[in-house]
Design a binder for this molecule. Structure first.
Ligand code: FAD
Length: 376
């Protein structure tokens, strides 16, 4: 759907407002529809991006999923295979999400940002107001699915402000070519750090620094195995058994083909994290200095939740306290995606369907609505 003007939407009332139209928002839309909420009058999805695809449309050009298409699907419709490739590229995900939106007629309004969610009054069963770039909406329940892409995280290091080279976060990286011939420090021992190191090392003079030695997953572990491990953990926890540790107990870096090839070239050698930046490079506590042109921070993201600030939610570990997907302090608010704190694998394509279904069931109950058809 296209963006609406302020005059068209100001004062608009719906039962449920979903904020964010990436995969998590779409999965919520799918389940809300199945639960009987009417697209448009019953629920809408507001998305700050001008076009469909969530943050997949902004990721670096060579990025491929770490799972085959069949393991990367939202509820209802399997992701079609990507021609000639076992692991689909990000552009394929954008296409899938665009078609998913159309296929189910999801009422997604692109180009509208929610700035603030407020309680209408002290009545805990009253409405929530959502102030947006085109006016204020009112809803009985809100699902926040705004992801993390909008809040890249860069840790603070002494000397950062004096460094005269270029610093950028992985969110602003798209291609290796602009870095050809440059001295680049890649910071971060996760998948992004390893993958960007792998491609930059083909054109640039790279150094890899990590807080702790990188933990590589076995070569035969891809997203399929990770999903199976996450599922086994969820089953164990659900049935009161001990925590198996899940995916993070296995390692951090998936050995996708470019990373595998980088290892064969002897590139995957990490040094300890530097202690400070100098005007011309980076330096370690033992006095070693290295001149560099670029520092590429592959240091992750934080939940993009500024719009929830007016609710004053209790926080823990950098995010609102939740019971499943529901905000512990606000039963009219659910959070989807972001990380495992909203449900196991909630921040993955295949995992968010289940948490979206759970959230939708609770919203339907809260609003006294029985699901129109069995939600599976
Ligand atoms: P997003 O895709 O970020 O969508 C959020 C949407 O909300 C955006 O469209 C944004 O514009 C909108 N929004 C934000 N704030 C507001 C606001 N205030 N008002 C209105 N709209 C707003 N997962 C996998 O399953 N497989 C993989 O292989 C995989 N690889 C990944 C690789 C990278 C580099 C990264 C960063 C993540 C990867 N993930 C992968 C994890 C996850 O699937 C993605 O991060 C995914 O984009 C999360 O979807 P989302 O809907 O939660 O958030």
């Amino acid at each position: 759907m296209t963006a609406l003007t302020g005059a068209e939407v100001s004062g608009y009332d719906v039962d449920v407002l979903v904020i964010g139209g990436g995969q998590a928002g779409l999965a919520a839309g799918y389940h809300l529809q199945r639960a009987g909420f009417v697209p448009g009058s019953g629920y809408v999805v507001l998305d700050a991006n001008l076009s469909p695809g969530g943050s997949w449309q902004h990721m670096w050009e060579s990025l491929h999923l770490f799972s085959p298409a069949g393991y990367s699907s939202l509820p209802g419709w399997l992701m079609p295979p990507s021609e000639g490739e076992d692991f689909p590229p990000a552009a394929h995900v954008v296409d899938y999400l665009s078609r998913y939106e159309q296929r189910y007629g999801l009422p997604v309004h692109h180009g509208i940002r929610a700035d603030a969610v407020r309680r209408a009054d002290d009545d805990p069963t009253g409405r929530l107001f959502v102030e947006t770039t085109v006016g204020t909406w009112s809803a009985q329940a809100v699902v926040s699915a705004t992801g993390t892409w909008g809040r890249p995280f860069i840790p603070r290091y002494p000397g950062m402000d004096t460094f005269t080279g270029r610093q950028l976060h992985s969110a602003d990286y798209s291609l290796p070519e602009p870095f050809a011939g440059q001295r680049v420090v890649v910071v971060g021992g996760g998948n992004t750090g390893a993958q960007l190191l792998a491609e930059l090392s083909l054109v640039a003079d790279t150094t890899w620094v990590t807080l702790r030695p990188p933990r590589f997953l076995p070569d035969d572990v891809d997203g399929r195995v990770l999903f199976d491990v996450a599922t086994a953990r969820r089953k164990a926890l659900d049935s009161g058994q001990r925590d198996t540790g899940g995916v993070t107990s296995l390692g951090d870096v998936v050995m996708v083909p470019p990373v595998h090839r980088a290892r064969d070239r002897g590139v995957l050698v990490a040094e300890a994290m530097f202690d400070r930046l100098t005007p011309t490079g980076v330096a370690w506590a033992d006095g070693t200095e290295r001149p560099v042109d670029v520092v590429l921070w592959c240091t992750g993201f934080r939940p993009d939740l500024g719009h929830l600030s007016p609710l004053g939610l209790r926080r823990q570990d950098g995010h609102p306290v939740t019971v499943g997907t529901r905000a512990a302090d606000e039963p009219r608010l659910h959070l989807l995606g972001y990380g495992d704190w909203t449900g196991p694998a909630s921040a993955t394509l295949i995992g968010v369907g289940r948490t979206a279904r759970d959230a939708t069931r609770q919203v339907a109950q809260l609003l006294g609505k029985e699901p129109a058809s069995p939600v599976r």
